[in-house]
Design a protein around this ligand. Structure first.
Ligand code: ADP
Length: 411
């Protein structure tokens, strides 16, 4: 290319010189032997034209080359744009909050999760502390910026709601710090529930076992037949209690471990049968048991588990009612069925309503104990209902009664 342009220039200038010299000599009236100056000038025309032609071609070539370069650059830009789009989409879709900060902690980028986690529409340009209200996060970023080493910490954020996050910060080029926050609030909550559960189970089982041991020791030295009978009765009731707890734990863990196997079942018949089964217990307290609703109501559910929720809810209603009635009302609609279990019993104070579905939670331990309750009945109900895609709620007024409402999808 360079070679061609040099040739073109040489030709052009050589031709031009010849033309000039020829023209000059012709004008001056010189004649060089047989060679006329006009011929010299004309001779110069050829290299000039050739030089011009070469230059024209070189310019054309240059234009083509430039256009190819521009197309290449445009393609590169398209590629960069599409890669940036892909990274943006990836960052936006991540379940972790992602932020890029400068060394002072000013936010340069925040993905969608970060914006929702800290309820900040446009955090870019603001300081990390202003957005997260977390001094620990700010300190972590500053530490990473100063040391150039990545850091991981489990931090609790108090704004806008209390969340636990696994925070990782790592350095990047340009003295930036990348920050990812993975929410582990639910995980920590589940861990706490599991630990509490194990502690509760141990506690619940230790109490009857301690009683049984104390009674058995007393019996060893006891000659009085009447006392022996009393202690033996107590031992039997504590053993029954232990077996109720283990039975309920087994029901709960079976329900948790196995997927729901649904079949057609008549939920109206299940509740009516449960009422009949508990009739004798209700009659002991002179309670009236009633059923209101259709005689038949087919839904798709696990019938054994439906029997379980019917027994647990009606049994509770009888246990926590001293006078009056227990009414089961079934209201089917197109896609769901509502079952209300209403009693005229002790009721539940509002401060307990949010917790009664927790495992081993009882409003009144002594009362629950006297009814042979394990504190697991409602948590079993809640688990079964929710695993069927339904809901269970309660409304209650102290000393007036309670209504437990179960809503189940029909399919
Ligand atoms: P429990 O075995 O103690 O009955 P549950 O899980 O079935 O355990 O119920 C938890 C607690 O909720 C009970 O100890 C009781 O205090 C309260 N509760 C449940 N059902 C009723 C009801 N129908 N009326 C009043 N309190 C109830």
């Amino acid at each position: 290319m360079r070679y061609e342009s040099t040739t073109a220039n040489v030709c052009f200038w050589l031709g031009s010189v010849l033309i000039l010299v020829g023209s000059f000599l012709a004008t001056a009236g010189f004649v060089l032997g047989t060679v006329s100056p006009a011929a010299i000038a004309l001779l110069g025309l050829a290299p000039v034209v050739y030089g011009l032609e070469l230059n024209r071609r070189a310019t054309l070539h240059l234009t083509d080359h430039r256009e190819a370069q521009i197309t290449k650059l445009e393609n590169l830009q398209v590629q960069i744009d599409s890669q940036r789009d892909a990274i943006d989409t990836l960052a936006e879709g991540l379940d972790a909050a992602l932020m890029i900060c400068d060394a002072r902690g000013a936010i340069e980028y925040a993905n969608g999760k970060a914006r929702t986690l800290f309820r900040a529409d446009a955090p870019e340009g603001k300081f990390l502390l202003t957005v997260t209200l977390s001094h620990e996060t700010e300190a972590l970023v500053q530490k990473v910026a100063a040391s150039g080493q990545p850091e991981i910490a489990e931090l609790t954020f108090s704004y806008p709601s209390e969340e636990v996050g696994l925070v990782k910060a790592w350095p990047s080029s340009g003295n930036r710090v990348f920050l990812s926050i993975f929410e582990i609030t639910e995980l920590r909550k589940l861990e706490r529930i599991r630990k509490d559960f194990v502690a509760n189970v141990s506690h619940e089982m230790r109490t009857p076992m301690t009683i049984i041991r104390a009674m058995a020791e007393t019996l060893l030295d006891e000659d009085d037949d009447q006392l022996k009978e009393k202690y033996l009765g107590k031992i039997i009731s504590e053993v029954d209690r232990l077996s109720s707890i283990s039975q309920d734990l087994l029901i709960l863990s079976t329900a948790e471990l196995n997927p729901v196997r649904k079949q057609d079942c008549d939920i109206a018949e299940i509740f009516r049968t449960a009422l009949v089964q508990l009739q004798i217990k209700a009659a002991d307290k002179a309670l009236n048991l009633k059923y209101e609703g259709p005689l038949q109501c087919l839904i798709s559910a696990n019938s054994a588990q439906m029997v379980q929720i019917a027994i647990n809810l009606i049994d509770n209603a009888i246990n926590y009612t001293s006078t009056g009635e227990v009414v089961v009302t079934l209201t089917p609609s197109t896609s769901q069925v509502q079952i209300d279990i209403r009693d005229t019993g002790y009721g539940i104070a509002s401060e307990h309503l949010g917790r009664i579905f927790e495992r081993f939670y009882r409003v009144d331990r002594a009362r629950s104990r006297s009814t042979g309750g394990t504190g697991l009945g409602l948590s079993i109900v809640k688990h079964i209902v929710e695993s069927h895609g339904g809901t269970v709620t309660v409304e209650s007024s102290l000393n007036e009664g309670s209504t437990f409402t179960v809503i189940l999808p029909t399919h």
